[in-house]
Design a protein around this ligand. Structure first.
Ligand code: ATP
Ligand code: MG
Length: 567
């Protein structure tokens, strides 16, 4: 590839709205161009890297015994209505009508498309197991499609689906996929953690997320500093705190005019937030549920939703407060009628609390569990945070930011039951297929690699995913000997099967050096007049910054060695 011919115009500045480093760099280095919010075109450089990631994924899926298929993006609504996801995805799913007024959707994932196909082809336990995968575009009308290809509304996913007779079979298929995922992410050069996760809209039971560690990540995960425990904060559990001895202070009220926040009250009364009881009021179908957590913590709404499922949970609005006779900003669990009270375990670990007094401008002190208020149950309801004890070993939990690049689910019969996808078992009985599903965001992996492999000069791809392995930078186009040497090196590297680019543009040397760094070729071979006069060529390894001068006669072999040695 000659850069003079390559369809790539690098940009000095990133697009104004690009915040994530990967978004800025992939745009500046001419890998992608935005077409509209959350929708991107891949230019030649971007496509080469995307294909490399996709090929790594394919190789490891094939090795794990999965077979590639290609499912349509345009799907009929009926199976989605049967599984309940037509409504559950709501506006996140792109929905349209055909000329016959039939409801169609653009697939956000493919369980509803593939499961009926497998059920139609296979009817007996003898056919099972089978694992099918594809690399296909997905469509989700994400509410905040920021961060470039990290979160698109159109994105490429590898999705695999395993079909087994029973849970034992599923576990085997699942373990194979987890192993394959590790190899894929290692080969892509990603630093990642496998965490226990919340199943979200996919449903099912056991599931794990593969989190690429990155500052821009939207997902917080906790990991133990002493053992292997790691979980998405949404799924992290806390060690259960020991119950405290109940306090003996009398229940009294204090005036706290206008102090409706934790901060307002603690400042006025000279308390620590942890001494205050936070009482959050939610509506769960017909019930008002008061959720108690220590004042220095927030309610984890994901955990709350799971606890109260299938009830629809939302926070009370001002009208609800008024209708229920609750005093917003001064709510406490004492003496409330018709309100369910549930509390985080940690509420049991303090003998007395300061809480809202259920009167305007008043708080109560000496609020004691068992004496002044009761709870329906203690549950794990507060957000986990740095320094909390590990639920496995009691060690210190740490919090990190990360990008979810993969997600594996043991679905069980979540889809096969509503879709009536069954097989005949050995004893002649009709059984639902036992399923697993396994996703990797291929476009997101490209962005995650870019997040982890860059510096102030640009991208520094691991060689496994770089669009080209080597760039030959022709510095002085006006010098025939330099041109001849550069052309010779370029041709010899091509001949040796190296993916090589030749920067033969008319640009100034500085522009070429900057672009070589920005685009992130793992190895740069710099052919310039001064070097050639001395019979030397420079070789630079992008990721390590290591530079060497080598004799012209040796450069091809040395460039290949440098590439082999590059990360
Ligand atoms: P997120 O929580 O980031 O929205 P998700 O949990 O909804 O993702 P899954 O349904 O688990 O995503 O999809 C499988 C994989 O597809 C994810 O692990 C991620 O790598 C990728 N993915 C999901 N949504 C997007 C998106 N909007 N853009 C790019 N990749 C995505
Ligand atoms: Mg997920």
């Amino acid at each position: 590839m000659r850069l003079s011919q390559l369809f790539a115009r690098t940009l000095r500045d990133a697009p104004a709205d690009a915040e994530a480093p990967s978004h800025q760099l992939l745009a500046r280095a001419a890998y992608v161009r935005q077409v509209m919010a959350g929708v991107y075109a891949f230019l030649p450089l971007g496509l080469r890297t995307l294909d490399k990631v996709a090929d790594i994924v394919r190789e490891e899926m094939d090795r794990a015994g999965a077979q590639e298929v290609l499912l349509p993006i345009l799907a009929p609504a009926e199976p989605w209505k049967l599984t309940g996801r037509w409504d559950a995805y709501g506006p996140d799913m792109f929905k349209l009508r055909d000329r016959h007024e039939r409801d169609l959707g653009l697939t956000p994932t493919h369980e509803e498309v593939l499961t009926p196909i497998v059920a139609a082809e296979y009817s007996s336990y003898r056919d099972l197991p089978v694992n099918l995968y594809q690399v296909q575009w997905k469509y989700r009308d994400e509410p905040r499609p920021r961060s470039g290809i990290l979160r698109g509304r159109e994105f490429l996913m590898k999705d695999a689906y395993s079909f087994d007779r029973d849970v034992d079979g599923l576990k085997v298929a699942y373990a194979k996929m987890v192993e394959a995922y590790k190899v894929i992410l290692d080969r892509c050069g990603l630093t990642y953690r496998i965490v226990e996760a919340d199943p979200g809209l996919i449903g099912g039971d056991v599931n794990h997320e593969f989190m690429a560690v990155a500052e821009v990540g939207e997902d917080l995960f906790v990991h133990c500093s002493s053992c292997e425990y790691a979980a998405n904060v949404e799924a992290a559990t806390a060690a259960i705190a020991e119950a405290a001895v109940p306090g003996t202070a009398p229940l009294e009220t204090v005036r706290t005019p206008g102090r409706t926040t934790i901060r307002g009250v603690t400042e006025l009364l000279g308390l620590e937030p942890a001494e205050l009881l936070k009482s959050m009021a939610y509506q769960a179908d017909g019930d008002v549920v008061l959720v108690l957590v220590p004042g220095d913590r927030d309610v984890d709404e994901g955990k709350l939703r799971r606890l109260l499922a299938p009830a629809a949970v939302r926070m009370l609005d001002d009208d609800d407060f008024a209708n229920r006779g609750l005093v917003k900003g001064f709510v406490g669990p004492q003496g409330l009628d018709d309100v369910r009270v549930i509390a985080d375990h940690r509420v049991n670990a303090r003998g007395e609390w300061v809480a809202g007094a259920n009167e305007v401008d008043q708080h109560a002190t000496g609020v004691v569990f068992g004496r002044d208020f009761e709870v329906e149950r203690f549950e794990d309801l507060a957000q986990v945070r740095e320094g909390d004890p590990c639920p496995r070993c009691g060690g210190d939990l740490k919090v990190g930011r990360s990008i979810e690049v993969g997600h594996t689910f043991q679905l069980g019969t979540r889809y096969s039951v509503p879709l009536e996808a069954t097989f005949t078992d050995e004893d002649g009985s009709e059984q639902p297929l036992v399923m697993g599903c396994y996703g990797i965001g291929v476009t997101r992996v490209v962005a995650a690699i870019a997040e982890q492999h860059n510096d102030e000069h640009g991208l520094a791809w691991p060689k496994a995913v770089a669009p080209f392995g080597v760039v030959v930078v022709l510095v002085n186009r006006d010098d025939e000997r330099v041109v001849a040497e550069a052309e010779r090196i370029y041709a010899a590297l091509l001949e040796a099967g190296i993916q090589v680019a030749l920067d033969d543009r008319e640009s100034a040397a500085g522009v070429k050096f900057n672009d070589a760094d920005l685009i992130g070729f793992p190895v740069q071979v710099v052919v310039g007049k001064r070097g050639i006069d001395a019979g030397q060529v420079d070789i630079k390894v992008r990721a390590t910054g290591e530079k060497r001068q080598v004799p012209v006669g040796q450069v091809v072999a040395d460039a290949i060695t440098a590439l082999e040695g590059a990360p």
